[in-house]
Design a protein. Structure first.
Length: 141
């Protein structure tokens, strides 16, 4: 059985795409919900943002982006399939901290114009801060 519903949405009981372990609904899905819980750490926010890219949730990405660096709109490429997230390192970003960084590698695949499969990776050291108690993505470190 597929991890995706017929409408293309990730099933709540599917393994979370962030790779942490619990089902999507118990992991990143609870943050993605419009009335959802805020991610408790910078790493949890990074994982939930990766999963938002993977499921095409641009609204969540914009909602969790620092207002000073957030773009006005965000168009996600539906041909990019995010396949794996690896957290390389974190600094700060804990339950009682106000800033943090998360270094990660996100792997993806996409098809070229000729239909050939291309693999790629994005390696980034991201900066996070709290605003009114909620973690937001500020940009690259």
């Amino acid at each position: 059985m597929s991890d995706f519903r017929p409408d293309g949405a990730l099933r709540p009981d599917a393994p979370c795409l962030c790779g942490f372990g619990p089902a999507y609904a118990e992991c990143c899905g609870r943050f993605h919900a419009a009335e959802g819980t805020a991610a408790p750490t910078a790493e949890a926010l990074m994982r939930s943002r990766y999963t938002a890219f993977a499921v095409g949730d641009a609204a969540y990405l914009l909602r969790t982006w620092h207002p000073d660096t957030r773009p006005r709109s965000l168009t996600l490429d539906p041909d990019v399939q995010w396949t794996r997230l690896t957290i390389v390192a974190t600094t700060g970003g804990g339950l009682l901290e106000q800033t943090g960084t998360v270094e990660f590698v996100a792997q993806y695949r996409t098809r070229g114009p000729d239909g050939s499969l291309h693999r790629g990776r994005q390696h980034e050291d991201s900066r996070f801060v709290r605003i009114d108690g909620a973690w937001v993505y500020q940009g690259t470190a």
